[in-house]
Design a protein around this ligand. Structure first.
Ligand code: CU
Length: 165
């Protein structure tokens, strides 16, 4: 509980960093051209992402480019309303990636709620957290956009269920 409370103190800075990161801006949910996965990574060569107490893993990527991205939520599982999402980004050597800008492009998979992009705040150690709001229970997706300096943005798609409560 205290962890969750702490999460609620994080400020979500809205900056225009993802305008060219593959968000179409159209009326339909973006198809996430580089979408990789919706299931837990099973690569034995990649260290498991750090366990985050009290959170549910929403999955992790096979390495996209040379990065692996794991996504966690609190509460767990996610519920309608306010939630905290945290992406853990590691490189090909399993080291935390600390120089990225990370954002979550959120929508339902069975209907369009319009553009909803939340910029995550770096927490150190390759962790990036953001407060998100799910208006409805049901099937949602979070396209996690990771932009490193001087490199093309990487997108990883996570599909998951949001509970009523
Ligand atoms: Cu909906």
């Amino acid at each position: 509980m205290s962890r969750h409370s702490a999460m609620s103190l994080f400020l979500v800075a809205v900056v225009a960093l993802v305008a060219s990161a593959g968000c179409t801006g159209g009326a339909t949910p973006s198809p996430a051209p580089t979408a990789t996965l919706a299931r837990p990574a099973q690569s034995p060569t990649q260290p498991a992402p750090p366990a985050v107490a009290g959170r549910t893993s929403l999955g992790s990527t096979k390495p996209a480019a040379d990065l692996s991205i794991a996504l966690f939520s609190a509460p767990s599982p996610p519920i309608r309303g306010a939630n905290a999402l945290e992406a853990v980004v590691t490189d090909a050597q399993g080291q935390p990636v600390t120089d990225a800008q990370v954002a979550f492009d959120l929508n339902m998979t069975n209907m369009n709620h319009g553009k909803n992009i939340v910029v995550a705040t770096p927490q150190g150690e390759g962790r990036y957290a953001g407060r998100v709001f799910f208006m409805m229970p049901g099937p949602w997706r979070a396209i996690t956009i990771v932009q490193r300096p001087g490199q093309p943005a990487i997108q990883a798609r996570f599909d998951f269920q949001v509970n009523l409560r």
